[in-house]
Every structure is written in C-alpha cells, then in structure tokens.
Write a protein that binds this ligand. Structure first.
Ligand code: HEC
Ligand SMILES: [Cu+2]
Length: 346
C-alpha cells in the first residue's frame, strides 16, 4: 500500500517537474542584469509598463477566446436564415477584426509614442553627455569625446554618469551590430558608415550588462559589454584618470616590464593601442586593461594571470575571434606580456 502511494506521489512529482523547470527558466527572464523587466531608467521603465500591459491584455484575450471557443461546443444549434447568418458573421468581422485591433493599436500608440520620443536625441537646454560606441567583430570600442582635457578611449566597458540623460552615438567598423542595454531601454542598430543616436538614462549608480543584439557572426553571443553608471564626480574622476598623459606614465612606469614592452611593440602594437606606446585601433584599446572586469568582451573574468591565459588560449576561449594565434611566442613571453598589461590600472 505504502509502496503504491510512494509510487503515485513520485509520478505526480515527476509529472510536475517538467512544467516547474520550464516556469523557472521563464522566470529567470524577469530578473538579472540584462532583463527589460528589471528597468534601471525612465525609458526602460515605460517599456516594461507597456510590456506588462500588453501581456495582461493578451492574457485576457486568450482567456476570452478560449471561453468562446469552448462555448461553441456546448451551445445549441440556433436556426438562422442565411441573411441573419451573414449579419452575425459581419458583426464578428467588424468588431473583432477591425474595431478591436484599431482600438488596441491606438491605445498602444498613445503610450508607445511618448516612450519612443524620450529616447530621441532632441535638443536640450543643457546638452547631454555624449558617449560614442563602435561595434567590432566581436568587441566594443567606447569613446568619450566630451572628456575635459581630451577624448578618452576604452574597450569592452562603458562607464556613464547616473541621474542624467546620456546621448549614445553608435556605429560599426565592420558588419551591422546592435547596441542594447536592456535595463535602460530600446536597442539601436550599429550600421557601418552611419551614426545612430539614442538617449538613455540610469536613475542611480548601477552595474549591468549590454549585449550585441544583431547577429554579427560566429562570436555574436560573446559580444558583451560591462556597463556601470556612477555619480557625476566619480565619472569625471574616472575620465581624468584615463587622460593620455596619465595613461602614458602608467604604461612606462617601471623598468621591470621593459622586455614585455619590447615584445608588445614587435608583436602587438600593430593592432592594439596602449597610450604613450602605440596608436593602432584594429583590436581593443589596452591602455587601462588592468581595470577591466572581464576579458574578450565577457568571455572570462579578469583576475591575476587572466591576461596571459587569454593570450595563450584565446582561440579555444573564443573560437574564430579576430586576433591571430600567439603560438610563435613562448609561454614566458606571454606571461610577461600578461603581467605587464595587468599593471595598466589607472
Ligand atoms: C591582427 C591584430 C592583432 C594582433 C597582432 C594582436 N591582437 Fe590582441 N586582439 C585583437 C582583436 C581583434 C581582439 C578582440 C578579440 C575579441 O574579443 O573578439 C584582441 C583582443 C586582445 C585582448 C583582450 C582585450 C579585451 O578588451 O578584453 C588582449 C589582452 C590582447 N588582445 C592582447 C594582445 C597582445 C599582448 C598581443 C601581442 C602578443 C596581441 N593582442 C596581438 C587583435 C590583435
Ligand atoms: Cu555584434
């Protein structure tokens, strides 16, 4: 007897397991640092409200249609003349096929248009901060043209001031990419040869992720961007520490890393910029690499020894990425290059 009960409960639990797991997976979409349902700014909040309203309305429609559909099995045959039949059919077509969609689309536009409008880069009395983001296969170049003391350039991380609108000017160096910070609002295409603009704001200091949202090749999913919104004064200090003059001193700071710098000039300088040493922009700017939270646009966390590990294994860590293999360099050279690059922490 007990045996049978046990078996039955187990079966019941087993049967519930699938739907429960599915629910759990679906609910993960409601939180996290890349969820539109976890808004961190005014535009994203409006988008989330519209999303919930649409979800609620769609649920009501689904339930109503299901009830009507079930009712059609139950109801008794009504005798109608062909003319009556046509009139009833017409009522459904006009009501459900024209009036309902027109009404719901109108309501959607009433709320949707202002939401979209607040992301347009319309003139403001005080011009907002401009941050330029350039998509590359498969990494992000980020430029701060408005920095006091000259433009600042970084890669794979975006620091922005919180509590004020920021205009993002986005473009691409190769194929079409998509700039998307789900917690701040709408996404926008990054198109080669054209600059798209979007205005977004973070309410308060926060850290979250952005993601390339337009399929751009093999490592599209590994094209992630670390975003951090900070207070205005912290933002300015962050920029000041990344002025060329500051970074150049950093790159040349001690004799110990002289061999690594030489190896860099021979093998890496044609693609990477390190302020004060090299100027190329084919790969990510490495001038402040030591201060990053991850490497390879989110492929691996930054920690001691991570850069050497990336240099040695990047072809396995991010297959197909556009950096050539470093198999011609021995492990100790790569280790010294890694150790030096990790010291570049403004
Ligand atoms: C032909 C150009 C090229 C050369 C030469 C090159 N790299 Fe790269 N490197 C790249 C590209 C492109 C990426 C971006 C890969 C990705 O994430 O998809 C990259 C990524 C990196 C990264 C990760 C940067 C980040 O923001 O996460 C480091 C560190 C790096 N390279 C160091 C080096 C070193 C050190 C050398 C010399 C031994 C070197 N690279 C040589 C093109 C190059
Ligand atoms: Cu992309």
């Amino acid at each position: 007897m007990i045996h049978i009960i046990q078996r039955l409960t187990r079966q019941r639990v087993n049967r519930l397991y699938g739907p429960l797991m599915l629910l759990a997976v679906l609910l993960t979409g409601c939180g996290g640092d890349k969820s539109i349902l976890n808004p961190a700014g005014p535009a994203a909040r409006d988008v989330a409200i519209i999303w919930w309203a649409m979800f609620g309305f769609a649920s009501v429609v689904l339930v109503a249609l299901t009830i009507i559909w079930l009712y059609t099995f139950k109801r008794k045959e009504v005798k109608r003349t062909p003319a009556e039949e046509r009139r009833v059919a017409r009522r459904w077509i006009i009501g459900g096929g024209i009036a309902l969609p027109v009404a719901s689309i109108t309501v959607l536009l009433i709320f949707g248009v202002p939401t979209g409008r607040q992301m347009l880069t319309l003139p403001l009395s005080e011009p907002p901060e401009v941050i330029e983001v350039i998509g590359h296969q498969w990494w992000w170049e980020v430029r701060y043209p408005g920095a006091e003391g000259g433009e600042v350039v970084t890669a794979n991380q975006l620091i922005m001031p919180a509590g004020e609108p920021v205009d993002f000017h986005v473009t691409s160096a190769d194929v079409i990419h998509g700039f998307w910070m789900p917690r701040l609002g709408g996404k926008i295409d990054m198109i080669p040869g054209y600059v798209n603009k979007i205005r977004l704001e973070a309410d308060e200091p926060v850290v979250f992720g952005a993601q390339c949202a337009e399929f751009c090749g093999l490592q599209h999913t590994q094209m992630q961007l670390y975003v951090e919104a900070v207070e205005r004064d912290e933002y300015e200090a962050w920029l000041a520490a990344r002025q060329d003059s500051e970074l150049s001193a950093l790159a040349a700071s001690d004799q110990q890393h002289e061999p690594a710098r030489e190896a860099f000039m021979t093998h890496c300088a044609r693609c990477h910029r390190v302020a004060g040493i090299s100027t190329a922009g084919i790969g990510p700017d490495l001038s402040d690499l030591g201060s990053r939270t991850s490497l390879g646009a989110g492929v691996m966390p930054m920690q001691e020894g991570a850069v050497a590990n990336w240099l040695e294994h990047h072809e396995q860590l991010k297959p197909g990425n556009k950096m050539p293999s470093h198999r011609d360099l021995d492990a100790s050279t790569l280790a010294s290059l890694g150790a030096w690059l990790e010291t570049l922490t403004p």
